[in-house]
Write a protein that binds this ligand. Structure first.
Ligand code: ZN
Ligand code: ZN
Length: 209
């Protein structure tokens, strides 16, 4: 049985593609992730299903140049890096919907209450405080470790790609950039805390002098 087909498809912002499905669901894809997930025979071994494409080799600047319908079941995407052999079936697209209710990582940001639930769960969460060492010592979210940009870049290759990683800072753009940097390297379950530490609802740990 065929799954739902897209009712509408449009670009959203600089690097997102939104699909409104005929059953009312909406999927918002990061186009760079879509390029990395290209299902063509050059990118995925047809026999083993093993990914031949190294996701890190795909630049974060890649964009769709042209999207063509293929029959009644798929779209073909021509990419700015010259790759055009990827045929994305509607079933494949729907199954890779990144929204949280479909089991994906969802938006780049995480709300404080969601972070609290994540930290209370059984999974180990890599919680990275990108403020200054002094701010970190004065009061941090329990379980957080201090990581400046250099430390974060050194940590990234050591982490399993399925790790849960959360960055936080004051309400600034730095943790957002750090989270995008991690996602661009294939750690797709990376988020930044929306609103920064100011919105953290729980007590803070202090390192006593
Ligand atoms: Zn491909
Ligand atoms: Zn979804």
């Amino acid at each position: 049985m065929a799954g739902p087909a897209p009712a509408a498809m449009r670009k959203k912002g600089d690097r997102e593609l939104a699909i409104d499905w005929e059953d009312g669901h909406r999927s918002v894809y990061d186009v760079v992730e879509l390029r990395r997930k290209c299902p063509c025979a050059k990118c995925v071994d047809e026999w083993s299903g093993k990914r031949l494409l190294d996701p890190v080799k795909i630049k974060a600047t890649v964009r769709p140049v042209e999207i063509e319908p293929v029959g009644m079941y798929a779209i073909q995407i021509h990419w700015s890096d010259g790759h055009a052999s990827g045929i994305y079936s509607f079933d494949f697209l729907r199954a890779s919907c990144p929204c949280r209710s479909c089991g994906g990582p969802g938006a780049l940001s995480i709300e404080p209450e969601e972070l609290r639930r994540l930290l209370a769960g059984s999974e180990t969460v890599v919680l990275l405080d990108v403020r200054t060492a002094a701010e970190h010592a004065a009061g941090r979210i329990p379980g957080a470790r201090h990581a400046d940009e250099k430390a974060a870049r050194e940590l990234e290759p050591t982490l399993p790609r399925e790790s849960a990683v959360v960055f936080y800072c004051c309400p600034c753009d730095r943790p957002k950039q750090a989270a995008q940097w991690f996602r661009d390297r294939g750690i797709t379950r990376t988020w930044y805390l929306a609103g920064g530490i100011d919105r953290w609802p729980g007590p803070l740990d202090k390192i006593l002098p």
